[in-house]
Design a protein around this ligand. Structure first.
Ligand code: PEP
Ligand code: MG
Length: 324
């Protein structure tokens, strides 16, 4: 399938109305890295570090992790890789960790909540990332941040890890940028400090959508009822885009919807200028973006909303059939 899009692989993605959209890919295992070149992605917008923990029978050691992350950066050849710190709990349970018996795992003790309450593994991981970068730039982000102080506490762990490396005389990354995933509605309304202090925000649409509609992402029966192009969800996303614009916060979208061409052009139309998706989606999404006038699409979406449509999908499909 990627051959079909080979002719645009190395072309920067610019929409028909001249908006530059950055195309990144999601990854998690070493085996994903060759896709960086094959897909033409400009970087790894989401590196799910838990996958490397999930494919093992025991907790990886720090040296092993540092070597792995270093190989990831080598393979990226200078393209940006955003490492997301461990996102376990909920649907991702490590075989060598005591399972938690929680009534609602998706709303439970997971991701950064575990990282802050039991910081041993997070600290080990941060140290491994700092060592792997070794003179190169390092981007990292924390999963499932629901309020400002979780971001601040996680960032303090990075500062501590840096101090430790300095004391040990180890080289530091050339630069470190720290961001957060926006996957709980609460974070969209967080104090301004959050928007000022994060280097970037990345919308985790899979989780954000499940919490916005209160519909379990693992449960087909309820998941399918709520369209991403539902007006209330788009209005919510638009608010996030506007807030980030006002505070000059870099914003991207890395949930599965970024890899669905119709959804992706709508995200771009409301102002997402960086999308991160599975590698196989880069070609099809880019191809549609390059054929789409996002300003016109934006008007189509606004008119559909003003008419009282529940979802803008029908109007969008009609417009794309006629114009893209
Ligand atoms: C998301 O929630 O949209 C996301 C990208 O993270 P994950 O799918 O790994 O939960
Ligand atoms: Mg998520």
């Amino acid at each position: 399938a990627q051959e079909r899009y080979a002719s645009i692989r190395d072309t920067p993605c610019v929409s028909a109305c001249g908006t530059r959209i950055e195309m990144h890919m999601n990854a998690g295992l070493m085996a994903d890295l060759p896709s960086l070149e094959n897909s033409g992605a400009e970087g790894v917008g989401l590196f799910r570090t838990e996958l490397q923990f999930l494919v093992r029978n025991q907790m990886p050691r720090r040296t092993e992790l540092a070597a792995l992350y270093s190989r990831v950066l080598d393979a990226a050849q200078g393209k940006r890789v955003v490492f997301r710190t461990l996102d376990i709990g909920s649907d991702k349970v490590l075989p060598y960790m005591k399972p938690n018996d929680e009534p609602n795992p998706a709303l439970g003790w997971r991701a950064i909540r575990v990282g802050l309450d039991k910081p041993g593994v997070l600290r080990m991981q941060l140290q491994a990332l700092l060592r792997a970068a070794n003179g190169r730039p390092l981007s990292l982000m924390f999963p499932f941040v629901a309020q400002y102080d979780e971001f601040a506490a996680a960032r303090a762990e990075v500062d501590k890890a840096i101090d430790r490396e300095v004391r040990l005389g180890h080289p530091l990354p050339e630069a470190i940028e720290i961001g957060a995933m926006l996957e709980t509605p609460s974070l969209a309304f967080a104090s301004q400090r959050l928007f000022d202090e994060v280097k970037f925000l990345s919308v985790g649409g899979n989780d954000l959508k499940q919490f916005f509609f209160a519909a379990d992402r693992e449960n087909e029966r309820v998941r399918k009822r709520y369209d991403t192009l539902n007006v209330s969800f788009l209005t919510f996303l638009q608010g996030i885009v506007d807030r980030c614009r006002e505070s000059g916060t870099r914003l991207s979208f890395c949930g599965e919807d970024a890899g669905r061409p119709i959804e992706a052009v709508c995200l771009a139309a409301i102002g997402f200028e960086t999308l991160s998706m599975r590698p196989a989606s880069v070609g099809p999404v880019k191809s549609l973006l390059m054929r789409t006038d996002l300003r016109q699409l934006r008007d189509v979406m606004a008119r559909s909303r003003d008419r009282g449509d529940q979802s803008v999908r029908e109007a969008v499909m009609q417009f794309l059939r006629a114009n893209a």
